[in-house]
Design a protein around this ligand. Structure first.
Ligand code: UD1
Ligand code: UDP
Length: 386
């Protein structure tokens, strides 16, 4: 029997692990392909937590994270370390996912060695190089380096065709995040008494647990925010808006798992600490985060992944960004783009909190990002064409 072809599956940050785990698990089923999970270690604790949620571990970890890392140093370290690893292992293909520094530098390293690259979640664009920054650049530079573009929607395919990417290399598969979300929802639903366990794991303060998590009729909002283009003034605006929002709505709470980036933690802890209706907690494991998304009233977030996931769970998302490379959610009405201006955040939240008909309408829209079969399609395409 001929040997299986080696496919390196690269992940550097939390969302890459979440969205690549379903691809890795699917490739494991292949009779012709052998996946190898490579971690660049751009993230450390958050990466280990994401792997753990899927009961996975990287096959090899380059452990590249440095506290407070800058983009130039990180890019250089990933390029060098992934390059050396590929030279040693000589795989048949490399798969990257999304828009991080790990994605661009790993794709470049593979390209330099003439190893074909597949881009999972390809074709997302804002056409504004400053937003999201630097992710829009990463996405645009990765595309011409790739042999396969695995696209979440027809909109993303249209973007690549417009950039003269050959149509034969474009495959609309859906987004693998839906595969991962469905897998995780199944696991989460199987566990009983989750409220107490989640509260304990996330160290959610007792009053918040009793007043919000354990009261079915109490409403609370799930918050995440970490984007680089909001560091500094954008975060001050977000924090001010969140405090004012709670003053406007005395019965409402906020739960915010705070990203480990020090440029995020410092302003958030300083400005939102010590409020009895705000629970600031450590980053949640994916299984707990899925549970939180299921239980919240709606999400206020700048995360790419949350824009794709929450609508599957019937939760509207207010997107605290000026632009989005995910227009399908906005068009479908599940996501609303509101930026970081405090007045806009407050008024958009007010609509969801005070207009039950509008809330109901937005909770019932269909998710445009996939059907949970994206990873299987990616496996089949690779089996046929590699
Ligand atoms: C990165 C990605 C961003 C993605 C986000 C997902 C880039 C340029 N940015 O942003 O696109 O949306 O991940 O979360 O690729 N840290 C830890 N432990 C961790 C993770 C981070 O301590 O497990 C701290 C470190 O001090 C690190 C800093 O956060 O230096 C920044 O991490 P980095 O990956 O450079 O940027 P993110 O803001 O996480
Ligand atoms: N997520 C998580 N724990 C958290 C916050 C988010 O597991 O505390 C998940 C979320 O469900 C989504 C992904 O992490 O799948 C999003 O990651 P992040 O916001 O860090 O990055 P982005 O999607 O903006 O690139």
């Amino acid at each position: 029997m001929s040997e299986k072809k080696k496919v390196i599956v690269v992940a550097g940050t939390r969302p890459e692990v979440i969205k690549m785990s379903s691809v890795y698990m699917e490739l494991k089923k292949s009779r012709t392909l052998e996946p190898i999970f490579l971690s660049t270690g751009q993230h450390r604790e958050m990466l280990a937590q994401a792997f753990g949620a899927f009961d996975l571990k990287p096959d090899h970890d380059l452990e590249l994270m440095q506290p407070g890392q800058d983009l130039t140093g990180l890019t250089a370290r990933v390029l060098q370390a992934v390059g050396s690893y590929l030279e040693e292992t000589r795989p048949d293909a490399v798969l990257v996912q999304g828009d991080t520094t790990s994605v661009l530098a790993s794709a470049m390293a593979a390209f330099y060695q003439n190893i074909p690259v597949g881009h999972v979640e390809a074709g997302l664009r804002t056409y504004d190089m400053q937003s999201p920054w630097p992710e829009e650049m990463n996405r645009r530079l990765v595309s011409p380096l790739c042999r396969w573009h695995f696209l979440p929607t027809e909109v993303s395919k249209g973007n690549l065709l417009q950039e003269m990417i050959p149509e034969a290399s474009c495959h609309v598969t859906g987004n693998t995040v839906i595969d991962s979300l469905l897998w995780m929802s199944h696991k989460v639903n199987a566990e009983e008494n989750r409220t107490a366990a989640v509260a304990k794991r996330l160290k959610i303060p007792d009053p918040f647990r009793k007043n919000f998590l354990e009261q079915e009729d109490k409403r609370w909002i799930l918050v995440t925010a970490h984007r680089r283009e909001s560091h500094g003034g954008g975060f001050d605006d977000i924090c001010r808006a969140l405090r004012q929002l709670l003053e406007d709505h005395p019965g409402v709470g906020l739960l915010y798992p705070v990203h480990l980036n020090p440029a995020v933690r410092k302003p958030v802890m300083e400005q939102l600490g010590n409020h009895e209706r705000i629970a600031l907690v450590e980053p949640a494991g994916y299984e707990d985060f899925v549970w939180l998304m299921n239980r919240c009233y709606f999400a206020l977030s700048d995360s790419g992944g949350v824009q794709e996931e929450a609508p599957s769970l019937g939760k509207p998302v207010l997107v605290m960004r000026e632009t989005t490379e995910r227009p399908e959610g906005v068009e479908a009405g599940t996501c609303e783009l509101i930026g970081t201006d405090p007045e806009r955040i407050r008024s958009a939240a007010r609509v969801l909190l005070e207009d039950p008909c509008e809330y109901e309408r937005r909770s019932q829209l269909k998710n445009p990002y996939g059907d949970g079969e994206a990873a299987k399609r990616i496996r089949e395409i690779l089996e046929k064409t590699l």
